[in-house]
Ligand binder design. Structure first.
Ligand SMILES: [Zn+2]
Length: 210
């Protein structure tokens, strides 16, 4: 089974990707993780990617495509795979089709922007032990202090409202055409990404097994 998951930052597609990967025994491929792995391993590609990113540039579609083409040849992809975080625009979607052939399904997680803003701006993390909290949905026992180690919690710079709203705007502008692209191919499945994680998972599985 070859799947693509689409959803804005904070829509929970990473969580669903992990569950789906386990359930269907298919690989979970995040292009962000792939890039970081290549850099860590110091491969030729990784060195190239490091240079581009250190210079503040964007890694080209060609590089990502080449990396994906190699990745899906690996053993754990023989039953299929889930792509998470890619493609982000129509050019990438077209390039991807040349590598993967027809996809089985593209799952789009729909979550209202206001919900995403609420989820992301409320996040607080511990700089010492890494534990994550949410001021509304998963508050620490004492306000602003880590339950595990007592360190003062901090908010990531990226989680302020202005940045989140901007990222959502960019997401909608670039992803709307990708959604249409897959809708026209008749393989798009849209699911409400708000609410219980297991309920959402069940809906997606039902659609994929239908
Ligand atoms: Zn801590």
């Amino acid at each position: 089974m070859k799947l693509v998951l689409i959803g804005c930052p904070g829509a929970g597609k990473g969580t669903q990707a992990k569950k789906l990967s386990k359930y269907f025994n298919i690989a979970h491929i995040s292009t962000g993780d792939l890039l970081r792995e290549q850099m860590k391993q110091g491969t030729e590609l990784g060195k190239k990617v490091s240079e581009i990113m250190n210079a503040g540039g964007l890694v080209s579609d060609d590089i990502v495509s080449a990396m994906l083409a190699e990745r899906i040849k690996e053993d754990d992809c023989k039953n299929g795979y889930i792509l998470d975080g890619y493609p982000r625009n129509v050019a990438q979607a077209e390039g991807l089709g040349a590598i993967t052939g027809e996809l089985d399904k593209v799952v789009c997680f729909n979550v209202d922007d206001s919900v995403i803003v609420d989820r992301m701006t409320g996040r607080r993390g511990c700089p010492k032990c890494g534990q994550m909290f949410h001021i509304k949905y998963n508050p620490p026992k004492a306000e602003g202090v880590c339950d595990s180690c007592g360190e003062a919690l901090i908010q990531r710079k990226d989680d302020n409202e202005e940045t989140v709203v901007n990222r959502l705007k960019v997401y909608h502008e670039t992803t709307a055409p990708v959604i249409d692209y897959y809708k026209n191919k008749g393989i798009l499945f849209e699911v409400d990404g708000t609410g219980d994680i297991d309920e959402i998972f069940k809906k997606v599985v039902a659609a994929l097994e239908a």
